[in-house]
Design a binder for this molecule. Structure first.
Ligand SMILES: *[C@@H]1O[C@H](CO)[C@@H](O)[C@H](O)[C@H]1NC(C)=O
Ligand SMILES: *[C@@H]1O[C@H](CO)[C@@H](O)[C@H](O)[C@H]1NC(C)=O
Ligand SMILES: *[C@@H]1O[C@H](CO)[C@@H](O)[C@H](O)[C@H]1NC(C)=O
Ligand SMILES: *[C@@H]1O[C@H](CO)[C@@H](O)[C@H](O)[C@H]1NC(C)=O
Ligand SMILES: *[C@@H]1O[C@H](CO)[C@@H](O)[C@H](O)[C@H]1NC(C)=O
Ligand SMILES: *[C@@H]1O[C@H](CO)[C@@H](O)[C@H](O)[C@H]1NC(C)=O
Ligand SMILES: *[C@@H]1O[C@H](CO)[C@@H](O)[C@H](O)[C@H]1NC(C)=O
Ligand SMILES: *[C@@H]1O[C@H](CO)[C@@H](O)[C@H](O)[C@H]1NC(C)=O
Length: 331
């Protein structure tokens, strides 16, 4: 059979066009995320060894924690770094409050004799270097968990408004210095961590965290409108609730207990007292871990397993790549 040359040309042109389109979509994708820089602020949910280095390799202790991380492997932002081909600058510190200067704050964050840089201080620390980061750099915040635990456990007298205002002023400070892209993680349902399993009334904690997440959405929306920044909130609360409602679907057999057995009763609600530094001892008190940590959502009484971190990162990566990329391109 003879094919007319004009048909061949059309076929070649069309397939060439398709190839060119596929190639350009692919390189657009690469252009967006290769050399993509992430600067991360936060607490033990994000720290990949900063507190550990500051405390000379003592907090969190070795053995049951993976090289200074508060879990048994890499943390979410490290998984995100590798899936996006990004370059990570991690400023997060385990134990960090959002702000160490809260009015009436009795609880400046400290472990042993080390004072922990709050998220506010982490941000201030990076400012002198901010021009070294390319304009596409994304600044991530996952902050507030320690503040709410201390409101709940120690009557720290601050409100969600104080915490959100501090995060807002950190973002404003960064954006005044040229930062444009922000990824905010809201807070998980903290009242559902194993640490609080035996607490009878968690309504206050649940309400506070929900209020935090509502305020965070509102604040980020209005910041995005008033400043030339691109900011998105990733809904960790929603994701965690979905995992808790159908853990098997996400590969977890146990989403209630911690994989680690602690040698004390920190999960007995009446014994909780942050100022006794049980939080620090939490790690030192691990005496045994489960045999199949990948089947657990929680590694210790307050932190997810690395498997859960990996899941969070996967969902965040999809969130960034799908709906959000177009808007990012306009920045
Ligand atoms: C860290 O450990 C080294 C070696 O044990 C010791 O010389 C140094 O004083 C320690 N630093 C701090 C800040 O504890
Ligand atoms: C903190 O410092 C004091 C005074 O130097 C010391 O006596 C104490 O043992 C230190 N505490 C810890 C947990 O290292
Ligand atoms: C800022 O840059 C200087 C010089 O490159 C470096 O020594 C320092 O560690 C950087 N600080 C931060 C917080 O990244
Ligand atoms: C916090 O307040 C409650 C109720 O007022 C009280 O029972 C509890 O002992 C206080 N906790 C601390 C750590 O001060
Ligand atoms: C639980 O605590 C909330 C807020 O502190 C309070 O309003 C509520 O009455 C408590 N519920 C029960 C069943 O004790
Ligand atoms: C915040 O916004 C996200 C994304 O639109 C949404 O999924 C989430 O439910 C919101 N959370 C609250 C508490 O409003
Ligand atoms: C558990 O804690 C008790 C009291 O703090 C201590 O005496 C004991 O040695 C600990 N056991 C293990 C296995 O660490
Ligand atoms: C918590 O521990 C601190 C320090 O040991 C103590 O002063 C305080 O009274 C304790 N609070 C409660 C509610 O047990």
């Amino acid at each position: 059979m003879k094919v007319p040359i004009s048909t061949l040309i059309v076929v070649l042109l069309v397939s060439g066009f398709i190839i060119a389109t596929v190639v350009s979509i692919f390189s657009l994708h690469k252009k967006n995320w290769l050399n993509f820089n992430i600067v991360a602020f936060g607490d033990s949910l994000t720290d990949n060894g900063n507190l550990w280095r500051m405390t000379n390799g003592t907090i969190p202790p070795g053995g049951y924690y993976f090289q200074g991380r508060w879990t048994n492997g890499f943390v979410w932002v490290e998984f995100l770094e590798s899936s996006l081909g990004a370059k990570l600058t991690n400023r997060a510190f385990g134990g960090a409050l959002t702000d160490n200067n809260f009015k009436n704050s009795k609880f400046q964050s400290s472990f042993a004799n080390y004072s922990v840089p709050s998220v506010k201080e982490q941000v201030e620390g990076i400012l002198p270097n901010i021009t070294k980061f390319p304009p596409q750099t994304t600044f991530t915040f996952w902050a507030g968990s320690n503040d709410y635990m201390r409101i709940f456990e120690n009557n720290l007298t601050i409100t969600p408004t104080d915490i959100i205002e501090s995060i807002q002023s950190s973002i404003s400070l960064l954006s005044s210095s040229g930062a444009r892209r922000f990824l905010l993680l809201n807070l998980p349902p903290i009242h559902r961590i194993p640490r609080y399993k035996s607490c009878r009334n968690l309504t206050l904690l649940q309400d506070l965290v929900q209020e935090h997440n509502t305020l965070l959405n509102e604040t980020i929306l209005s910041l995005s409108k008033s400043k030339r920044i691109y900011a998105e909130v990733f809904d960790v609360w929603g994701l965690t609730e979905r995992v808790l409602a159908d853990s098997q679907k996400f590969g977890f057999k146990n989403s209630v207990d911690s994989c680690s057995n602690l040698n004390n009763s920190v999960d007995s609600c009446s014994n909780l007292n942050f100022s006794k530094q049980e939080f620090y001892h939490m790690g030192a008190n691990i005496v045994k871990t489960c045999e199949n940590p990948d089947e657990y959502l929680w590694w210790d009484d307050a932190h997810p397993t690395t498997k859960a971190h990996e899941l969070f990162a996967k969902e965040i990566s999809t969130f960034l790549n799908n709906g959000q990329r177009k808007r990012l391109d306009n920045i």
